[in-house]
Design a protein around this ligand. Sequence first.
Ligand code: ZN
Length: 149
Amino acid sequence: MTPGRDAPRPGRLEAPVTEASAAFWEATRGRRLVLPWCVDCGQAFWFPREVCPHCLGSVIEWREASGRGVVYAATVEHRPQMLGAVFGDDPYVIALVELDEGVRMMTNVVGCPPGDVSVGMAVEVTWEPMSDGRHLVLFQPVAGTSAHE
Ligand code: ZN
């Protein structure tokens, strides 16, 4: 279980729900991570869209994801001090996480010091509440593992 944060983060930008992403966002209300899969070629893709980026197929089905992956790339963002009152001034990690399903998702890695995040680190999904009941998909190190495992 990954409890995640309890409350929405002040100042967090919240993505709009589009027709293509509605099923994804709906699942996050129950802290479920789902991905769009193309029925024609049998591959997952990210981000949600009307047409498969691999084969241009348009029959899309949503499947539950494992919620596990590895850090593909990461950078530490140091927040400008002048905006600290709005966003807080803790550095945070922007990462590209490659999920078990083969898709890469731009996200934040939380739950450890930013400097500890490295390429190849095993991560799992965790959740941050949004103001409207949806949840943001974030990742944290898999408990009991270390980088490059
Ligand atoms: Zn396809």
